[in-house]
Design a protein around this ligand. Structure first.
Ligand code: C2E
Ligand code: MG
Ligand code: MG
Ligand code: MG
Length: 276
């Protein structure tokens, strides 16, 4: 998993890797500089509404524009940001940046779009999260219902009681809540009625083989049906082919996201997509 590292260079942290202390420190210092020098960028992947085939919004996905290594993917640095607690300020930046870009879209006349951001466990444990959300919404004059938080099942199940409380408060502002990577975490279905949810995002591992693997097809079919009965919107992640799309359409899936429609792109490329 780890990128090969030359002499005098650290290796990127990966969860299963036994990183030596000084390498970790070097990477941490690198990440700290990244924050100060504003080396993080958000890319945007379109979400398409299957009811009318239009872009309804985008998921913001972080990348690290490293001075020598180029664009680094989140899998290579989010775990360390989480471990060191740096995900809290970086996550706040992500939220702010997403709302700032949404404001840009509105200025261009795209008023009905949504933007989703990923919220990690450490952010969820931050006592100031609610206040930060309120501040960002106000500063960017963000329509509250246009912001969506993506949260995984595992985060919710760590401490379900305080998670429910925090989500209720965030949801009461009008901010949407989606379960990310649905079906892959450790959870019970009971949580679906305990938390104020708006959407389920079916994980791409189920979508990949829906047209050849009958178990995956059954899981997707059941997820769509369950979501709709609970009055939740369903998003399929990782849609790469026309066949997958046809299957999801037939199942009544509401929204899709994936390389078939577009990879995550820079803000200016995303705006160009909107204008087409
Ligand atoms: P995620 O939230 O489940 O995001 C979906 C991932 O699937 C993204 O990877 C996206 O580029 C990728 N993807 C989208 N469509 C396709 C497709 O058709 N095929 C395939 N094979 N992949 C597709 P990415 O951008 O590398 O992000 C990976 C993970 O890193 C995200 O998974 C999320 O958990 C985390 N992440 C990304 N940005 C942030 C952030 O700002 N904050 C936090 N806390 N986590 C983030
Ligand atoms: Mg996500
Ligand atoms: Mg996901
Ligand atoms: Mg994921």
């Amino acid at each position: 998993q780890a990128k090969s590292a030359g002499p005098n260079q650290y290796r990127f942290y990966a969860p299963n890797m036994n990183v030596r202390g000084h390498e970790l420190l070097a990477l941490e210092a690198d990440l700290r500089r990244a924050m100060e020098q504003e080396e993080f960028v958000l890319h945007y992947q379109p979400q398409i509404d299957l009811r009318d085939n239009r872009i309804i919004g985008a998921e913001g996905l972080i990348r690290w524009q490293h001075p020598t290594r180029g664009l680094v993917s989140p899998a290579d640095f989010i775990p360390l940001l989480e471990k060191s607690g740096m995900i809290v300020p970086v996550g706040e930046w992500v939220m702010h940046e997403a709302c700032r870009m949404h404001r840009k879209w509105r200025k261009l006349g795209f008023n009905d779009l949504r933007v989703s951001i990923n919220v990690s466990a450490a952010q969820f444990g931050d006592a100031d999260l609610l206040a930060k959300v309120q501040r960002v919404l106000k500063e960017e004059r963000m329509p509250h219902q246009a912001l969506e938080f993506e949260i995984t099942e595992n985060i919710l199940m760590r401490d379900p009681v305080s998670a429910a409380e925090l989500l209720e408060a965030i949801h009461a502002l009008g901010v949407r809540i989606a379960i990310d990577d649905f079906g892959t975490g450790y959870s019970s279905l009971a949580y679906l009625k305990r938390f104020p949810l708006d959407a389920l995002k079916i994980d791409q591992t189920f979508v990949r083989d829906i047209t050849s693997d009958t178990s995956d097809a059954a899981i997707v079919e059941a997820s769509v049906s369950l979501a709709h009965k609970l009055d939740l919107e369903v998003v399929a992640e990782g849609v790469e082919t026309e066949q997958q799309l046809a299957f999801l359409y037939a199942q009544g899936c509401d929204l899709v996201q994936g390389y078939y429609f577009g990879r995550p792109v820079t803000i200016s490329e995303f705006i160009r997509l909107l204008q087409q």
